[in-house]
Design a binder for this molecule. Structure first.
Ligand SMILES: NC(=O)c1ccc[n+]([C@@H]2O[C@H](COP(=O)([O-])OP(=O)(O)OC[C@H]3O[C@@H](n4cnc5c(N)ncnc54)[C@H](OP(=O)(O)O)[C@@H]3O)[C@@H](O)[C@H]2O)c1
Length: 222
């Protein structure tokens, strides 16, 4: 599948690009600038020579991708989404975006957002895209290094079919398992959980991820 990653030049975008390319997907590396997209694609080819990485500006990437991932800081949502809304109509758009702030006592979720969550703001600005929250809690470094992550990916979104598509895609992340966590209303919980993970990493070291126990028939881990 052709997967467009907006902010494919950044840490998590790069990690997902390498991971999905290794599973055989064609990656469209999106950026606000063609030059940065070119440089990022070059770097990705060096990191994973077998992969297909096509650099494009974000709007062009939105048109070319069959599925897309928005991997930018939350402050950029408002400026980025309007140009992507039309080319993303009818497509699954995965949001990995978290709104976090950092104080002396640690990382915290930003709660006074323009909408109920980053994902809601994205959905409001691209009403015909099928916005799904996923991968918000995965560590970028492990993905870039292709280290298996024994983690559960909590997947939320309005459309059940879109959630299923992302759960299926998650089978391409070694060690991971996608779990259907219900409607988009729960996005803020998944986004905010990343603040807790960052604090755990700081306090105890390592790279934590979420593991759900006690389920009777969950999907198998990749
Ligand atoms: N890093 C992690 O481990 C991790 C894990 C889980 C979730 N997340 C979430 O994933 C998202 C991306 O994280 P990241 O660490 O990859 O971020 P990042 O490296 O800081 O930024 C990713 C890319 O976003 C673009 N960007 C930066 N500022 C922007 C703005 N104001 N408007 C539009 N685009 C902008 C830049 O690409 P161009 O300049 O090329 O356009 C940049 O390379 C964040 O929302 C973060 O909370 C991160």
């Amino acid at each position: 599948m052709k997967i467009a990653i907006f902010g494919g030049t950044g840490d998590l975008g790069r990690g997902l690009a390498i991971t999905f390319a290794a599973a055989g997907h064609e990656i469209i590396v999106g950026s606000r600038s063609q030059e940065r997209a070119d440089q990022a694609a070059e770097g990705l080819r060096e990191a994973y020579p077998e992969g297909t990485f096509v650099p494009m500006e974000n709007a062009e990437a939105a048109a070319a991708g069959e599925m897309a991932v928005l991997s930018i800081p939350f402050e950029g949502i408002e400026a980025t989404m309007p140009a992507l809304a039309e080319p993303l109509a009818g497509k699954v758009l995965v949001s990995v975006v978290n709104a976090l702030k950092f104080g002396k006592s640690g990382a915290m979720a930003v709660l006074d957002l323009p909408a109920a969550s980053c994902a809601h703001q994205i959905q409001d600005l691209a009403p015909e895209a099928k916005v799904v929250v996923a991968y918000n809690n995965l560590p970028a470094a492990a993905l870039q290094e292709r280290h298996p992550i024994e983690g559960d990916v909590l997947v939320c979104g309005k459309s059940k079919d879109a959630r299923e598509a992302v759960i299926e895609l998650t089978k391409d992340i070694p060690g991971c398992r996608g779990l259907d966590a219900g409607p988009l209303a729960n996005a803020i919980i998944i986004e905010g959980m990343t603040a807790i993970i960052i604090n755990l990493n700081k306090r105890y070291g390592g790279e934590a991820s979420i593991n759900v126990t006690g389920l009777e028939s969950p999907p198998a881990r990749a």
